[in-house]
Design a binder for this molecule. Sequence first.
Ligand code: NAD
Length: 283
Amino acid sequence: MMKEISRIGVIGSGQMGAGIAQVSAMSGYETLIWDVSKDNLTENVKGIFSQLNKMVEKGKLTAIQSEAAKALLFAGNTMQDFASCDLVVEAATENFQVKAEIFKNLDETLKPEGILASNTSSISITKIAATTKRPSQVIGMHFMNPVPLMKLVELIRGIQTNDETYNAIKLVVDKMGKTGVQASDSPGFTVNRVLMPMINEAIFLFQEGTKAKDIDDGMQLGTNQPMGPLALADLIGLDTCLFIMQVLHRELGEDKYRPCPLLVKYVEAGWFGRKSKKGFYTY
Ligand code: NAD
């Protein structure tokens, strides 16, 4: 029987890992973060500290709360340091081989009752779980970007995930002030499965000659979205959008998921959206 989760590990300190670690420490969990790149780890832990300072400046956190979060955050030296965690959330690079290796190592080091979660956007949780000897204690926790701001966490049960694991994770998500919504272990889960084809369709319209601003204004005003699909695609990154469409197309095997040729061209050109200063808009 799993006691209440109090110590959380985060593997990978990139955009998502850093955000998850920040929220975890802010929620009162002792939090250990590690990255295969020492430089990334040092840089990104500094980044978390400066995010916490900014929140104090903006009045979103008191100085005491910020210091309490910092005191709960530790950078690990090796994966061995994770042995005593109650939960480890993996947020490393989106590549099955990378994740399989991490899960295999964690499975060997983590205490037997510990839970392993992945923040993957596109890899089957069942497949990741099968790389361990504890598949019933493996689950998907799909945080949204930027983690400190976004309310949703998709909770994905692999075919072998047990109720105890699901319930323990649901409590963690609640304590983090997020809303956990169950999604099926199928490509894109819920949000990307619906969102990406919408973005892809907007790109088809743009390719056919409708102006980007007209598509975005139409969708924004007509469906009450905070921004139009093309502006959102630029924000997410067009390379990421293409990658997710390719996963949906390949794994679900239906023509309706075919990536728009213009999206492919933009990515080939290095037009990734905001991060490269050019996408459907110029930044
Ligand atoms: P990122 O590139 O910003 O960070 C990945 C980090 O993982 C890097 O610091 C890298 O050094 C580290 N890493 C690579 N191999 C490792 C290993 N073997 N052990 C430990 N660390 C390792 O990526 P990200 O955007 O933070 O994405 C991380 C995960 O979160 C991916 O699975 C991605 O699909 C998922 N995700 C991303 C978003 C998003 O919007 N960026 C949203 C939801 C989920």
